[in-house]
Ligand binder design. Structure first.
Ligand SMILES: Nc1ncnc2c1ncn2[C@@H]1O[C@H](COP(=O)(O)OP(=O)(O)O)[C@@H](O)[C@H]1O
Ligand SMILES: [Mg+2]
Length: 307
């Protein structure tokens, strides 16, 4: 069994290379020959030749692709070439954009913080007026969470206390897409991260900032503890993955006033090093097991079609 692990050519931090090596090691254990290829090696080649990638012929075509990046055009291209891609380009695209995640989950009845999407503007124009903020304030009041639609590690998530802070933040973020969100006070500085693989929660941890910061992200200085999720939290995390078509993901869940779970976001390419350090569970092993199972299913379906 051969696979390609697609990574981003321009992300070189230890955090990312470490995860890549873990995935390759877990694949080896599972009997899979997983080769790392970057999105700068496997270019989207829109020519008449049926080449998959530079200096690659049909026989080099992998059995599957583990897509550990957000280059969704490349992911879709590989799918169109008929290769199974985990996670799918569509799932990655929806998770990458927090506003799309909200749209799809809320439509399916998943409880999330009340959210308003900022109107889209053009990069050479920005917001020529911010009157729409009146509606946002009337609906959500302060303190209010402002999030860039594309961001991670808590770095593009902000808490604003009043109209002036909101205006300032919007001016700094524009013209990038952003959303406004109800602040879940009961969850200030704490949440839970559930790692889901193949519709099962394989590990979970409680994260807390340990200081005044409302964000619980570990990369942002937060702390972690192993956590036994409630059935409600487990079912919710699995349900989100089903709705978004994810093979694996890290689901962030907030605590409501009565401890009821409220979905914060879903990460299609969740870093699983922290959850390993916290729980000893290596999500990479579960991911390989899941892929083998899925490919078994795909092969079975194909065999049936031929019969
Ligand atoms: N609406 C909210 N109310 C309270 N806390 C929030 C809210 N949204 C986010 N947070 C906190 O901020 C953290 C980062 O937000 P999140 O949407 O997960 O962005 P990121 O992709 O950067 O992790 C969350 O883990 C949570 O601790
Ligand atoms: Mg998060």
């Amino acid at each position: 069994m051969t696979g390609w692990l697609i990574t981003n050519a321009f992300l070189h931090t230890h955090k990312f290379t470490e995860i890549n090596l873990w995935l390759v090691a877990a694949a080896k254990k599972a009997g899979i020959d997983l080769t790392i290829k970057t999105n700068a090696e496997v270019l989207v080649r829109l020519d008449s030749k049926n080449t998959l990638a530079y200096k690659t012929d049909e026989t080099d075509k992998p059995d599957f692709i583990l897509f550990w990046d957000k280059d969704i055009r490349l992911a879709e291209y590989l799918e169109l070439k008929g290769i199974p891609v985990f996670n799918s380009s569509r799932s990655i695209a929806i998770c990458d954009d927090k506003s799309l995640t909200h749209l799809y989950l809320q439509r399916a009845g998943i409880k999330m913080p009340k959210t308003i999407l900022a109107p889209m503007t053009y990069s050479n124009i920005g917001y020529t007026n911010t009157e729409f903020l009146e509606q946002v304030i009337a609906e959500l009041s302060f303190p209010m969470v402002v999030k860039e639609c594309f961001g991670s590690f808590g770095q593009q998530v902000y808490l604003v206390q009043n109209h002036m802070e909101l205006e300032e933040k919007v001016k700094v973020i524009q013209p990038k897409p952003m959303l406004f969100q109800e602040f879940i006070e009961a969850s200030k500085g704490k949440d839970v991260r559930l790692q889901v693989v193949g519709n099962q929660v394989v590990a979970s941890m409680y994260r807390y900032s340990g200081n005044d910061d409302f964000r619980a992200n570990i990369t942002n200085g937060g702390k972690m503890k192993p956590y036994e999720p409630t059935k409600e939290q487990t079912d919710l995390a699995v349900e989100c993955c089903k709705i978004l078509g994810l093979d694996f993901a890290g689901v962030d869940i907030l605590f409501g006033e009565k401890e009821e779970p409220i979905v914060c976001e879903v990460n299609s390419n969740a870093h699983f090093k922290n959850i390993y350090d916290c729980t000893g569970v290596n999500a990479a092993d579960f991911i390989m097991e899941h892929i083998l199972k899925e490919l078994g299913n795909i092969i079975e379906v194909k065999d049936k079609e031929i019969d």
